[in-house]
Design a protein around this ligand. Structure first.
Ligand SMILES: [Zn+2]
Length: 144
């Protein structure tokens, strides 16, 4: 289960729409408790593959390093990341599976078309990164 604030979901959808038809991406900061992941902040990143491959994404390693440092200082951690699927469903692609080498991270995927953002869904790779399993989504109060 992953829990996010409605405002953060609105922001992720807005970012997906703004970068369309290029994939957007960013980092999910929060904490893990047993089977539940709570996202307390999202950190948008430049997609460093945007110019060469608009249908791929890679989080800027400097943004990631800085976000992880700041999270650690707050007793939080990187719990996952998000990216958009322009003109594709909110389902992990074969490329996503090939990049799923960190089994602890939740993958949040938002579908987007020229008409705007669509479905948003969460996944986690199994330990051997042979498949993605769906992760249930929950919403937090906006003020927590
Ligand atoms: Zn993808």
């Amino acid at each position: 289960m992953i829990a996010l604030r409605p405002a953060d979901l609105v922001l992720i959808r807005a970012l997906a729409q703004a970068s369309y038809p290029v994939e957007c991406c960013g980092i999910l900061i929060g904490r893990r408790e047993a089977d539940r992941v709570t996202v307390t902040r999202i950190v948008p990143s430049a997609n460093i593959l945007a110019n060469e491959r608009p249908d791929r994404f890679e989080i800027d390693p400097r943004t990631r390093l800085e976000a992880m440092r700041q999270a650690e200082a707050e007793g939080l951690e990187m719990v996952g990341h998000y990216h958009s699927h322009p003109d594709h469903p909110a389902q992990p692609s074969a490329t996503d599976l090939a990049a799923a080498w960190e089994p602890d991270l939740v993958w949040l995927i938002v579908a987007v078309t020229k008409d705007g953002p669509g479905a948003i869904a969460a996944f986690k790779a199994d330990d051997a990164a042979t498949r993605f399993d769906p992760v249930g989504m929950d919403t937090l109060p906006d003020d927590c």
